[in-house]
Design a protein around this ligand. Structure first.
Ligand code: G3H
Ligand code: 13P
Ligand code: ZN
Length: 288
């Protein structure tokens, strides 16, 4: 049996379009994201990182997201995913305490042998629970952690190693590095399209995920989808939409006593931004 995330990614692969995976850590982000999918009647993935689990509490964030999915998604299909799980324990919490239907194990900072060993252990465990697994190979740099100078040749995914990782671990999806970076960041001037084509050629049946997609516009998204990307991860851009709307309500003077006034406006800003992204990813459809 497959979970929703896997169904969403496989359908997108078969039909040649892409979806978005959006990060949440609270009620307002969860509603903001899921309301966008509902309005558009389009599939989307909602995801939580270990640091957001730490912030909100596993049971709390799990219950909030599940409840918003159950009550507010209408006809939209919504997958619930662990983003950037770092350890086997992160995965166990996601599966057993939260009930996510898909997990990422990001062992991309390890060497290939260790990445394979960690990912394989996670896949064996997750598949027993009908949970699918996204692996990562090649680094997708993080603005705040890695600064602005990246040795892209070292950081990007090696296609042959990607095939080995997928074949030896049985992972269901792969996060790739072709010059993409987390945050609003100086990405590689031109993404390494040839590298993406080679990855797709060597693992044609594995859905490919693009992390760090907040600053990817229409043209680059289309090129990426044409070469096999089926899911774009967006966090920074919706955080900014939320914060800008919040600041618009509270600056220069915070002269109200009902926080729902500001939070409601910020939540709507997320919906607006997610609508924009879902449509851009869907419209990058390729003809077969
Ligand atoms: O890809 C990572 C997220 O955009 C940020 O992760 O929740 O640990 O800040 P975080
Ligand atoms: P951004 O920082 O570009 O939003 O990337 C988000 C991401 O990759 C989450 O996994
Ligand atoms: Zn990411």
């Amino acid at each position: 049996m497959r979970g929703k995330v896997s169904e969403i990614l496989i359908k997108a692969t078969e039909e040649g379009y892409a979806v978005g995976a959006f990060n949440t850590s609270n009620l307002e982000f969860s509603q903001g994201i899921i309301r966008a999918a509902k309005v558009l009647k389009r599939p989307c993935i909602i995801q939580v990182t270990p640091s957001s689990i730490k912030y909100a509490g596993a049971k709390n964030i799990g219950a909030i997201v599940q409840s918003v999915i159950n009550n507010e998604s209408g006809e939209a299909s919504i997958g619930f995913h662990l983003d950037h799980g770092k350890t086997f324990e992160d995965v166990v919490v996601a599966v057993e305490e939260i009930g996510m239907d898909s997990v990422m194990i990001d062992a991309s900072t390890e060497n290939l042998e260790n990445n394979i060993a960690i990912t394989k252990k996670v896949v064996e465990y997750a598949h027993k629970h009908n949970v699918t697994v996204q692996a990562e190979l090649g680094r997708v740099p993080v603005t705040s952690r890695d600064g602005r100078t990246v040795d892209w040749d070292k950081a990007m995914t090696n296609p042959k190693e990607a095939r080995r990782l997928i074949e030896e671990t049985g992972a269901d999806a792969l996060a790739v590095g072709i010059g993409n970076a987390h945050g609003f960041f100086k990405e590689r001037e031109v993404p390494d399209w040839k590298r993406l084509e080679k990855i797709k050629e060597l693992i044609p049946n594995t859905p490919l995920i693009m992390h760090g997609a907040s600053d990817w516009g229409k043209a680059k998204v289309k090129e990426a989808v044409a070469r096999g990307i089926v899911c774009f991860n967006v966090d920074t851009d919706i955080r900014l939409a939320f914060i800008n709307a919040l600041c618009g309500q509270t600056m220069p003077k915070c002269d109200f006593t009902d926080p729902r006034k500001a939070l409601g406006v910020a939540r709507e800003a997320i919906t607006g931004k997610v609508v924009e992204k879902i449509e851009m990813f869907k419209n990058a459809v390729i003809s077969r």
